[in-house]
Design a protein around this ligand. Structure first.
Ligand code: MN
Ligand code: MN
Length: 335
């Protein structure tokens, strides 16, 4: 342990500068393979605002994450060179300019060869993130964890972009493979019976919260994993969790997943070709005892664990050549 560190997971949780897991913060990506990026934008919500404070609060609660994950038997930071890139300079009064800035910042990071983990912000930020990822990897398999379909045409008359519409646009823009788009945890009252049918017509494979409760996580994984070949992008709206576990969110829906079911689900994505992740809709002003933010931080930790497992298994398969020529390390020289 280095007792003179300003950063590092060896510090006590109540100490240190709150970068994600107290890892170095900055924009020099040489040698970096995993990047945390905050996207503090919440002007596209339909109900409660406040998710602009999500990235900062998730970073703060990430200080509670010790380095080893016993469930997956991996210490992510032993395999990943992680940097906290800070935040996108969003413009609360302009979704168009904000989406442009999100896409260009994400593209810069992806061009370095690093894997990007974005902390929202409301769910509208996923569209520009998907644009940047699809530009690099081609059309993506997408796993979308949410209480809501987010494939609506418009939430406000004549306004195409909001946190309830990103996946309609992404499907129509060809960013998502229609044969590999899975929504998990969907529930709650909707405007019309046709909402589900419209999502399916766009290409969504929808697994409701009810189906998860009746069948269990293992059966859901058995159902979806065969669809998820090729580069996979994971987008996690924290309202997929029940409000008992995640009250700090903009549009809560009862009857959601437990925090443990979410951990099981994310761990089940082990082995997929994971090329990107966003975690959105954490809204600290409505949180209670910071439990939403601590769940969010832990879900990021699980994702980091999956990236680390992939990297360590590749290193074993290809001794002496680092992580090998995978998509998530498109520039092997960056290691
Ligand atoms: Mn959503
Ligand atoms: Mn939602």
């Amino acid at each position: 342990m280095n007792h003179d560190s300003a950063f590092g997971a060896s510090l006590q949780p109540f100490m240190g500068i709150p970068s994600f897991m107290r890892q170095p913060a900055g924009r020099d990506l040489s040698g970096v393979d995993t990047v945390i990026l905050g996207v503090p934008y919440d002007s596209a919500v339909s109900y409660r605002s406040g998710a602009r404070f999500g990235p900062r609060k998730i970073r703060e609660l990430s200080l509670l994450l010790w380095g080893h994950n016993p469930a997956l038997d991996v210490s992510p930071l032993e395999h990943l060179r992680l940097t906290d890139y800070g935040d996108v300079e969003v413009i609360p009064t302009s979704i168009a300019q904000t989406m442009g800035r999100i896409a260009s910042t994400a593209a810069e990071i992806l061009a370095s060869g690093a894997t990007l983990i974005a902390l929202g912000g409301d769910h509208s930020i996923t569209l520009p993130l998907l644009r940047a990822h699809a530009q690099r990897y081609g059309p993506l398999a997408v796993v979308h964890l949410d209480a809501h379909l987010d494939t609506w045409e418009s939430e406000f008359p004549g306004v195409p972009y909001s946190h309830g519409t990103p996946f309609r646009h992404a499907l129509q823009e060809g960013l998502i493979r229609r044969d590999a788009y899975v929504q998990i945890g969907i529930r709650g009252p909707v405007m019309a019976r046709s909402d589900y049918a419209e999502a399916r017509a766009l290409g969504a494979h929808t697994i409701t919260a009810q189906a998860i409760m009746e069948q269990g996580i293992a059966a859901v994984l058995d159902e979806i994993l065969p669809h998820l070949s090729g580069p996979v992008y994971l987008t996690l709206d924290i309202d997929v969790a029940d409000p008992a576990y995640a009250p700090g969110t903009g549009t809560p829906e009862v009857g959601g997943l437990t925090s443990y079911q979410l951990l099981q689900l994310v761990r089940g994505f082990r082995g997929l070709d994971l090329v990107g992740f966003d975690l959105v809709e954490v809204c600290p002003p409505y949180d209670c005892g910071e439990i939403t933010a601590v769940l969010a931080a832990n879900l990021v930790f699980e994702y980091l664990s999956l990236l680390a497992l992939r990297r360590s298994s590749k290193a074993q398969d290809n001794p002496g050549v680092g992580a090998g020529p995978s998509r998530e390390t498109a520039d092997p020289g960056s290691r």
